[in-house]
Design a binder for this molecule. Structure first.
Ligand code: HMG
Length: 372
C-alpha cells in the first residue's frame, strides 16, 4: 500500500500589511525588506482570529473536498510552535470545533518550523505501521510574530495547511526520508517568553548546513535522482531570499554551473514560493504552502522534493510523487487573498502596541467559548 495525501485545505489570515510598510515604520530601508530579504506581504491575525481559527478553517476545507467521512479519521495531529497551553494539545481545541472524538489519537507536535513535517511523517508512518483503514488529519499551523523593532519583523506571517493522510490520491509520500539534526541555539522561545530570541547568523548557517547534509544523503542513497529529476524543489521559507541562499549553497556543494543553477532556480524553485510571498513566514505551515502550490500544477508521476527546517535544529528531506491532476486547493488561496483586509502603518503600529500588552498579560483563554 502506498501512503499519501488525499486532500488539502489552506487558510490564510484575514489581515495583511506590506513588508515594506513595516520596514518604513521601523526606519529600515524598504529595499532591505523587499530586495535584501525578498519579503512582500505579511499576513496577520488581528481581532479575535487565532491559531485555532486558522487550523480549524484549513481542516474544514480539507475535509470538505475529501471523498471520505469524518468518522474515518483515526488520528489528528497538529504541528505548531504557537501552542496555547503547556499540557493541552492544540489538536484538542481543533477537535472540539470539528466535533471529532472517539477512537482517535489526538496530539500536538513541536519542533519550531519542522513540526508540521514531523506531524505529516508520523501520520504516514502510523498509517503504514497500523495498516489502519482510517485516515489522519494533519495540520501545520503557526502565527509568526517577532518583537516590535526586531530585524525579522518584516519576515512575519501566519497560515495553516491541513492534509488528510491516507490513500495516495493526490500524491504518494516516499517512506525513505533523510533527516539531519544538531542541537543548536539559533532561534528559541523559552517557556513564558512572548517572542523568540534569534542568533541570526547561527540560524542562517544552520539552515545551510541542514540543506547540504539532507540533499547529500538523498543523492547518495538514491543515485538515480538529481536536481533535474524533480518537477519542484520546495524549501522551508523563513523569508524568500533564504531559498536563494540555500540553492546557491547547494549549487556550490554539488558543483552546478551558473547556468544550471539559474535554470533550476527559474524552473523548479522560484515558481513555488509565490503563495508564501503573500503571507510571509508561517513557520510550520511555510514548507507546506509551497508544497501545496507545487502539487497544484504538478502532473501525474512528477516528483517534488520537500526540505523542512526547524530551529533547534532539525531538518528532513523527502520526495512526494503526484498521482492525479485534480486539485482545487488553489481556490483557498484565491478566496483568502480576495477577502483579506490590508491595514495601514498606523493601524499596524497601534495593534502591535496593544497586542504586546495583551500577550504579556498571558491571556490564554480558560473559557473555551472564547476561542469557539
Ligand atoms: P539582518 O542582520 O537584519 O540583515 O538579519 P542583514 O544585514 O544580514 O541583511 C539582510 C540582507 O539585506 C543582506 O543581503 C543585505 O545585504 C541586504 P545578503 O547579503 O544576505 O544577500 N540589505 C539590503 N538590500 C537592499 N537594500 C538595502 C539593504 N540593506 C541590507 N538598503 C535576518 C536578517 C533574516 C537574519 C533576520 O531577519 C533574522 O534574524 N530573522 C530570523 C531568523 C531567520 O529567519 N533565519 C533563517 C534560517 S532559520 C529558520 O528558517 C527557522 C525559522 O523559520 C524559525 C523556526 O524554525 O521556527 C526562523
Amino acid at each position: 500500500m502506498s501512503v499519501g495525501i488525499e486532500s488539502i485545505g489552506i487558510k490564510l489570515p484575514s489581515y495583511v500589511i506590506e513588508a515594506k510598510k513595516i520596514a518604513k515604520l521601523r526606519g529600515m530601508p524598504e529595499e532591505k525588506a523587499t530586495i535584501g530579504l525578498g519579503c512582500h506581504m505579511v499576513g496577520l491575525c488581528l481581532d479575535q482570529e487565532t491559531v485555532v481559527d486558522l487550523a480549524v478553517n484549513a481542516a474544514k476545507r480539507a475535509i470538505a473536498r475529501w471523498k471520505g467521512n469524518i468518522n474515518e479519521i483515526g488520528m489528528i495531529v497538529v504541528g505548531t510552535e504557537s501552542s496555547l497551553d503547556e499540557a493541552r494539545p492544540l489538536s484538542a481545541w481543533v477537535a472540539e470545533r470539528l466535533q471529532l472524538s472517539g477512537h482517535i489519537r489526538s496530539y500536538e507536535v513541536k519542533h519550531a518550523c519542522y513540526a508540521g513535517t514531523l506531524a505529516l511523517r508520523q501520520a504516514v508512518e502510523w498509517k503504514k505501521a497500523t495498516n489502519s483503514p482510517k485516515s489522519a488529519l494533519v495540520i501545520a499551523v503557526d502565527v509568526c510574530l517577532y518583537a516590535p523593532g526586531h530585524a525579522a519583523e518584516v519576515t512575519q506571517g501566519a497560515g495553516a495547511v491541513a492534509m488528510i493522510v491516507g490513500k495516495d490520491s493526490i500524491c504518494s509520500v516516499d517512506l525513505q526520508t533523510y533527516p539531519y539534526s544538531e542541537p543548536c541555539f539559533d532561534f528559541w522561545r523559552p517557556t513564558g517568553d512572548t517572542f523568540p530570541t534569534v542568533d541570526s547568523q547561527k540560524s542562517l548557517t544552520a539552515y545551510l548546513k541542514a540543506t547540504e547534509n539532507c540533499f547529500k544523503a538523498l543523492f547518495a542513497d538514491q543515485t538515480n535522482l538529481s536536481f533535474e529529476s524533480f518537477r519542484s524543489i520546495c524549501f522551508h521559507i523563513p523569508f524568500p531570499k533564504m531559498v536563494l541562499k540555500a540553492f546557491r549553497h547547494l549549487s556550490l556543494s554539488f558543483n552546478l554551473s551558473e547556468f544550471e543553477q539559474h535554470k533550476l532556480l527559474r524552473d523548479k524553485v522560484l515558481p513555488f514560493i509565490t503563495w508564501n510571498k503573500e503571507v510571509g513566514n508561517s513557520y510550520s505551515a511555510s514548507l507546506w504552502i509551497s508544497v501545496a502550490q507545487a502539487l497544484e500544477t504538478a502532473k501525474n508521476g512528477e516528483k517534488i522534493a520537500c526540505f523542512s527546517y526547524g530551529s533547534g535544529f532539525g531538518s528532513e528531506l523527502f520526495v512526494l510523487e503526484r498521482n492525479h491532476n485534480s486539485g482545487d486547493w488553489a481556490e483557498d488561496i484565491k478566496t483568502d487573498l480576495s477577502k483579506r483586509k490590508e491595514i495601514s502603518i498606523e493601524e499596524y503600529d497601534k495593534w502591535r502596541k496593544k497586542e504586546v500588552f495583551k500577550l504579556e498579560k498571558q491571556t490564554i483563554p480558560t473559557d473555551l467559548t472564547e476561542v469557539a
